[in-house]
Design a protein around this ligand. Structure first.
Ligand code: UN1
Length: 521
């Protein structure tokens, strides 16, 4: 399954292995577990780069037994890690941030090879990891509980936050490393240990990230078992979800995945943190600065080839500016540089695979059948030397109404344009989808902006003014409502989900007064 010499696949394979070597990550050899005598029934996962569309190498696939072993080690490591002082745990995360800074280009290269991101966005993803490490280091000295006034004399009422246990992280191909770092940097300072099941599409980026964290742990004399990675698919994911020792399951993926995971975790008394689909919209009001809006819209809709959960998928435009805006967007879309994401100047890389391209083209057919007009884009694009890759031109589609296809998340660069006349109507359209992740309004009218931000405005977890829907900073809580799953990761007080709260009442008096004035003999 090794790509033929001289092909793009061979070049990518060499580049990936070289980046892994510089990082110091071992690649598990499939030969070791799959001997030529055929006695092993071990299954494998191919590492396919979306740039080439063919397998670069093959890795052993983790199954339920591997997940069990990883959880056992992580649970054992938790017994010591939980008692390491928070600021000392923060020191390990600080070192992880330094190692990520040192290997920023190496890890970004792996992200480009496995997720298809353009270099600037891949570097940005690693920067997001470095940022969340900084954030978590600060948290390690500031995680704090409250003291409340007790109603009883000589009593203290307070809370403590304790480490929770093993955190399971399931991440998606589109942010193959940053989402792990949001969870892991915070979980580590909270005193938890982590078992990570990355997307089976991005195992090398995961091996590299885990190697850097294990280096930081080892340098400080802590067990590497604090951080585990299992390279598996469905079986591994199911084992992680079902295991009672996983105190918190943090999963990023499709709405369908979330619907399957939540009842299983809830049923065993665990916690879950879900970050599922988005169907993010921007309202463009009559007063909008259209030059700025166009830039914000194009980055949010066509950036990452429309494969962010925060990607902009719907535009709700006032009828007085819609023709002007669509005209400007059409011109920009027609000139978007599509191609090898490693090349200077490329803005749109490939979709993750041919299936994603088929789903995009099928959604466009459905939109046309609903009376929509594809203004620009929406076609398969051939890139020289990469016949197996699934490139597309980002699509801009005018729709007469918010039909079923518009209300679904298609993980591809399709931007549907709807029109409105009153802000009330715009907000109603905006909220009339199952998902509730990110949203934006472009307006210079403070009344409109504040209304959109208010309780009668956007129903999303992220609500922006005069910027697009994607590209959130790590300092805020990240996540959304409704079918997006309700979880919040990274900044603000998201850390509370990674700890357990104990409420303590201490009696330092010689009496035993009961609360609520109860008399008992
Ligand atoms: C995702 O697509 O799963 O806000 C995460 C953003 C990034 C994170 C996206 N900071 O677009």
């Amino acid at each position: 399954t090794t790509p033929a010499a001289g092909t793009l696949g061979a070049e990518l394979r060499e580049a990936a292995l070289a980046a892994l070597r510089r990082i110091g990550a071992d690649v598990p050899s499939v030969e070791l577990v799959d001997p030529a005598d055929g006695t092993s029934t071990r299954s494998t996962i191919p590492v396919v780069s979306p740039l080439a569309g063919e397998p670069l190498l093959t890795l052993p696939e983790a199954g339920a037994a591997d997940v069990d072993a990883a959880i056992t080690s992580a649970a054992e490591a938790f017994r010591t890690w939980r008692s390491v002082p928070g600021p000392v745990r923060g020191g390990v995360v600080r070192r992880l941030g330094e190692l990520l800074t040192e290997h920023k280009a190496d890890l970004a290269e792996l992200v480009t090879i496995e997720a298809g991101k353009i270099t600037s966005e891949a570097l940005g993803e690693v920067q997001e990891m470095i940022d969340v490490c900084d954030y978590a280091v600060g948290l390690s000295r500031s995680l704090g509980g409250r003291t409340m006034p007790s109603e009883r004399p000589g009593h203290r009422l307070m809370e403590q936050w304790h480490p929770l246990g093993v955190v399971g992280v399931v991440s998606a191909f589109n942010f193959p490393v940053a989402v792990w770092s949001w969870n892991t940097a915070v979980a580590l300072v909270c005193g938890d240990t982590v078992v990570w099941k990355p997307s089976e599409k991005t195992p090398l980026s995961a091996l590299a990230s885990n190697a850097l964290l294990r280096q930081a742990l080892a340098e400080a004399g802590f067990p590497e078992a604090v951080s585990q990675v299992v390279l598996g698919a469905r079986e591994a994911g199911e084992a992680l979800v079902a295991d009672r020792r996983v105190a918190l399951l943090s999963a990023t993926g499709s709405e369908r995945m979330g619907q399957q995971v939540a009842p299983v975790v809830a049923g065993r008394g665990g916690r879950y943190l879900l970050e599922l689909g988005g169907n993010n919209a921007a309202v463009v009001a009559p007063s909008a600065d259209l030059d700025l809006a166009v830039r914000g819209i194009v980055f949010a809709a066509a950036g990452t080839a429309g494969q962010r959960c925060t990607s902009l998928r719907r535009l709700i435009v006032h009828s007085s500016v819609v023709d002007d805006l669509v005209g400007r967007l059409q011109a920009v879309y027609a000139g978007l540089p599509i191609g090898d994401p490693r090349a200077d100047g490329t803005l749109v890389g490939p979709l993750t695979d041919g299936g994603a391209r088929e789903r995009m083209l099928a959604a466009l057919d459905e939109a046309r059948a609903d009376g929509g007009t594809v203004v620009v884009g929406g076609e398969a694009v051939e890139v020289d030397g990469a016949p197996g890759a699934a490139y597309v031109s980002p699509a801009l589609v005018r729709m007469p109404a918010q039909t079923d296809v518009v209300r679904r998340e298609t993980f591809a660069p399709i931007l549907y344009v709807l029109t409105y006349d009153t802000l009330e109507e715009a907000i109603a359209l905006h909220n009339d989808v199952p998902q509730g992740l990110s949203s934006a309004i472009f307006t210079l009218d403070v009344r409109e902006a504040e209304t959109f931000l208010s309780e009668v405005g956007s129903d999303c977890g992220i609500v922006n003014v005069n910027i697009g829907t994607s590209g959130a900073e790590i300092g805020g809580a990240f996540g959304g409502e409704k079918s997006t799953g309700g979880g919040r990761e990274s900044g603000s007080d998201s850390w509370k989900q990674y700890m357990r709260r104990a409420t303590n009442t201490v009696n330092y008096s010689t009496e035993l007064p009961l609360a609520q004035g109860v008399n008992f003999g």
